[in-house]
Design a protein around this ligand. Structure first.
Ligand code: SAH
Ligand code: SF4
Ligand code: F3S
Length: 438
């Protein structure tokens, strides 16, 4: 029988990458991917726990599957990912969402086939959310998403314990894959035709800690793999980015001149209570150094607005930081309380309304800066890796510059997967419009 699996992925690239392994394992037991949950014999929700609204969405969507399960009793519903490693979540699902068959956490990913086989027979609620972090399971099959970019995890977990963040609790301790395994995976992806490799980790700069292979060394080797036209990586933690890394980046044409360097906020007292391990001054020095090595580098960041105890005055330091650094992109979030983290017991000094106002101000400032930066791209001719057809308009193609900027232009689908020169005709705040330059 041709069985179908539908996978919905929430959260970060790490989860997207895990879902590709789920798809790979599923295909080994006879499931092919489908796009419509109504057609599926197996539905998997791969969840994120980083903010409350991500979780509420998941609960809503699990609830909505009840009718489907009633109409199709053989349907298997599995919920997995970061949320499942939180205390009480598995219990709540068991109690409230009786149509769910399997719950498994990030540490049980490699057992997916067994869990599904178990659910295919007579079964009770199946749960595997043990916290046994520390292991790495190599050799899981991967069914990569179509396209030109392949993500490759280089490490798992996080040891930083920023006081607001749940990731170290749900993903376990930091552990790095062996360099040889990573290189082999990159080589395979390149042979399969993927042009761009995204190296993934919560804090790539601490890759290989305690061994003689640093992240810079790894990156240097990945850049040498035949067929790899572009390499990006995320996330770099500002507290341990090395000069060696900047040097390696600047030396290889195929390492994109792009850095995602989450700062979280611009005030030293708040940075300290966040346990980030750097000051704004140290961060500015880093930015200067990166720009010294690579004058055209694009830089993006993450910002949390309304961390407990942050005053309106302290928030001004974040605005000031944005004006000084002038990021190409900012991902901003209103602080969300995560049970079990140190910040969850810290007190607010401003109201939710004030937080929202600060958040909107930040967006306004950053939108202006983005538009200003993008306007300098007018008439530039840039190499763009063509990623695919635009979602809204079939004869428009989309791609990215080396710096990661989204470009739209008219062109033939035969260009997909190629790097073509595009002349920017009309910069916008979030993207650049252009035309093929011959
Ligand atoms: N490892 C990465 C970040 C992973 S989480 C790093 O250290 O940069 C992605 C982003 O989510 C974080 O950078 C942070 O800005 C945001 N985030 C994490 N926990 C949050 C919380 N409790 N509330 C709001 N935003 C949060
Ligand atoms: Fe979370 Fe901090 Fe680890 Fe990033 S470095 S995953 S923000 S604890
Ligand atoms: Fe979310 Fe887990 Fe990523 S909590 S941000 S999916 S590591």
């Amino acid at each position: 029988m041709n069985k179908k699996i539908y996978i919905e992925t929430y959260g970060c690239q790490q989860n997207v990458s895990d879902s590709e392994k789920i798809a790979g394992m599923a295909s080994e037991i006879g499931y092919t991917l489908c796009e419509d949950k109504a057609e599926a014999d197996l539905i998997v929700y791969n969840t994120c726990a980083v903010r409350e609204n991500a979780e509420l969405k998941v609960y809503g969507n699990i609830g909505a599957l009840k009718g489907l399960k009633r109409a199709k009793p053989h349907l298997i519903i599995a919920v997995c990912g970061c949320m499942m490693q939180e205390a009480n979540v598995a219990d709540r699902i068991k109690r409230v969402y009786k149509h769910v068959d399997i719950v498994f956490g990030t540490h049980a990913l490699h057992k997916f086939k067994d869990l599904v086989r178990q659910a295919e027979g007579e079964h009770d609620f199946i749960v595997d959310v043990e916290d046994i972090s520390g292991e790495i399971h190599e050799g899981l099959p991967i069914k990569r998403n179509e396209g030109v970019c392949a993500s490759v995890s280089i490490m798992y977990g996080c040891n930083n314990f920023c006081t607001y963040c749940i990731v170290p609790y749900v993903r376990g301790r930091e552990r790095s894959r062996r360099k040889e395994d990573i290189i082999a995976e990159v080589r395979t992806a390149a042979q399969q035709g993927y042009k761009e490799i995204m190296l993934l980790g919560q804090n790539v700069n601490s890759y290989g800690k305690g061994t003689d292979v640093s992240f810079a060394k790894l990156l240097d080797e990945v850049a040498g793999v035949e067929g790899v036209e572009r390499i990006r990586f995320m996330t770099s933690h500002p507290k341990d980015i090395s000069e060696e890394l900047l040097l390696v980046m600047s030396r290889h044409d195929n390492i994109c001149k792009q850095l995602h360097l989450p700062v979280q906020c611009g005030n030293n007292r708040v940075l300290k209570t966040m346990n980030r391990g750097y000051t704004r001054e140290k961060y500015f020095t880093l930015i200067d150094k990166a720009r010294e090595y690579m004058p055209d580098i694009t830089i993006s960041t993450d910002i949390i607005v309304g961390f407990p105890g942050e005053t309106n005055e302290e928030f001004e330091d974040t605005i000031d930081l944005l004006e000084r650094v002038r990021y190409d992109t900012v991902f901003s979030f209103i602080y969300s309380k995560r049970a079990g983290t140190p910040a969850a017991t810290m007190e607010d000094v401003i109201s939710p309304e004030e937080k929202k106002e600060n958040f909107n101000r930040l967006l306004e400032v950053q939108n202006r800066i983005c538009a200003e930066i993008n306007s300098t791209y007018k008439d530039k001719i840039l190499p763009v890796l063509v990623e695919g057809e635009s979602k809204t308009d079939a004869d428009t193609l989309t791609g990215r510059t080396d710096g990661g900027k989204l470009v739209h232009f008219k062109g033939d689908a035969a260009l997909i997967g190629k790097i073509v020169n595009i002349k920017i005709t009309e910069p916008k705040t979030w993207s650049l419009m252009g035309e093929v330059y011959e």
